[in-house]
Ligand binder design. Structure first.
Ligand code: AMP
Ligand code: FE
Ligand code: FE
Ligand code: ZN
Length: 286
């Protein structure tokens, strides 16, 4: 049978609700053969991959989901099989982004605390490890725990929305710089869910073309937030630029409705990704 490969998932090291071992146990239960760990802006979970692979029998593709920003649009780029650093420029940029995210989260919590019963301590209680970088999903969890909203999605709909009064931005590289830094670190850059970066729909096609010129290797066409029309458009764009087409669930445990394996990547695409990577990071097989 053809290998079932899911190239996008989060653990508790970012905003997933399952730790790395649980994530790979879930992957096994979902019938996956290969899963990429792509936590937001961190490689903290990579150390746990060999153990999780051995216990689950599911192979791991070490990765990062790099947060970039273009004119206030949040753009995510998957960095697959990248050098984890700390010596790379990408690692330096991730460290800067994490410091900026920490300041930003504290400011958002201060603003929210003026009107709602939440505190920085309450937010910290939502993460498994104190070094976890706090994002809006953890603030959402604290709002749920305090009974302010029923679930994460409700928190995002209003209180945490970029158009709301509590939102604070954080520093992130431009999408083109993200692509360059990932390539320089020997990784394979794949734009994540380009059809869902903003409420208005797909990110500007000129931006995507600049990213392609900078060396973007692939497009995550298979993603729950892409309608069939969007998938056709993105697949055609990938074909015309000779880019790889990937698919992933963007699983966050119970933090999002996404189910492991709901979008998959073809085995020949994973082979091409492995071939493209120039770092020493490899797929970890059981
Ligand atoms: P941040 O990077 O801290 O601004 O938070 C953005 C992250 O929140 C995204 O990467 C998603 O994983 C998550 N997210 C965005 N919208 C929602 C939602 N409606 N429900 C749950 N999680 C969400
Ligand atoms: Fe997330
Ligand atoms: Fe994302
Ligand atoms: Zn993601």
């Amino acid at each position: 049978m053809e290998e079932r490969i899911d190239l996008h998932a989060h653990s508790t090291w970012s905003d997933g609700t399952r730790d790395v071992a649980e994530l790979f146990a879930d992957a096994r239960a979902a019938g996956l053969d290969v899963l990429a760990l792509t936590d937001h802006d961190t490689v903290a979970g990579w150390a746990e991959l060999p153990g999780a692979v051995a216990a689950s029998g599911v192979a791991a593709v070490p990765g990062i989901e790099v947060s970039a920003e273009h004119e206030q649009l949040s753009v995510h780029v998957l960095a697959l099989l990248v050098d984890p650093g700390p010596g790379t420029e990408l690692a330096g940029e991730m460290a800067r982004a994490c410091a900026s995210r920490d300041r930003r989260a504290r400011t958002m919590v201060d603003r929210l605390a003026a009107d709602h019963p939440i505190s920085w301590e309450g937010v910290q209680e939502q993460v498994a490890d104190p070094t976890t970088v706090i994002g809006r999903p953890h603030i959402a969890d604290a709002l749920v725990a305090a009974g302010v909203v029923p679930d994460r999605s409700s928190a995002f709909a209003e209180l945490l929305s970029p158009s709301g009064p509590y939102y604070v931005r954080y520093e992130a590289p431009t999408p083109v710089d993200a692509v360059r830094l990932i390539l320089a670190a020997g990784g394979v850059p794949v734009i994540a869910h380009p059809g869902s970066v903003s409420r208005e729909g797909m990110l500007p096609v000129e931006l995507l073309e600049e990213m392609i010129t900078a060396g973007l290797a692939g497009i995550e066409v298979g993603h729950r937030e892409h309608e069939p029309d969007e998938r056709r458009r993105l697949a055609e764009l990938a074909r015309s630029h000779d880019l790889l087409v990937t698919g992933g669930s963007d699983y966050h445990g119970t933090g999002k409705p996404n189910r492991l394996g709901e979008n998959l990547t073809q085995p020949d695409v994973l082979a091409a990704i492995t071939h493209r990577a120039t770092s020493t990071t490899e797929v970890i097989r059981p």
